[in-house]
Unconditional design. Structure first.
Ligand code: FES
Length: 159
């Protein structure tokens, strides 16, 4: 019963977002952004509501959600760590930075630690190129990442 209530509530909140954006040109992506903002991810129960409103199949909506890694299919962890993988950061060693985060957290990009503490995501330029390699922890920019700083961030993200 509780599961059904949650699913009904998700459908109702989704329908309200869809109604606000339905008249936009190419409404699917803005609707998905709106839903991710609302729920922190794109819940499965939102898909049929979107498909019905846009007159497309649920599989098409699912395909778009899967194609764009920005859309989470499950709730994020308590902290979200985004590690820049764009050109300037690449040239300053962001591959090694990402490898160190993966190793210390025991997860890959687009995964959440089993204890729910942190979700690791790639991001493509944070506008912090002068401070490459850079990352964002819960929206807070951190730059010039070295081993010590990475370890501090991991400790904070696990808290
Ligand atoms: S390339 Fe990483 S902040 Fe710009």
């Amino acid at each position: 019963m509780a599961v059904q209530q949650a699913s009904t509530e998700i459908a109702a909140r989704t329908a309200s977002i869809v109604r606000r954006m339905l008249d936009l040109e190419g409404p699917l992506l803005p609707i998905l952004h709106g839903i991710q903002e609302e729920f922190g991810h794109v819940p499965q129960d939102a898909l049929p509501v979107i498909a019905g409103a846009l007159n497309i199949s649920r599989a098409e909506v699912h395909g778009v959600v899967s194609f764009y890694h920005d859309y989470r299919k499950a709730p994020a962890g308590r902290h979200v760590l985004k590690v820049c993988q764009a050109e300037s950061c690449q040239s300053m060693g962001s591959d090694a930075v990402a490898a160190k985060f993966r190793q210390l957290l025991g997860i890959d990009f687009h995964e959440t630690a089993k204890d729910g503490s942190v979700t690791l995501e790639p991001v493509y330029c944070l506008g912090l190129c002068a401070c490459s390699p850079a990352a964002l922890l819960d929206g807070r920019p951190v730059g010039r990442l070295d081993d010590e700083e990475i370890e501090e961030i991991v400790a904070e993200a696990r808290s």
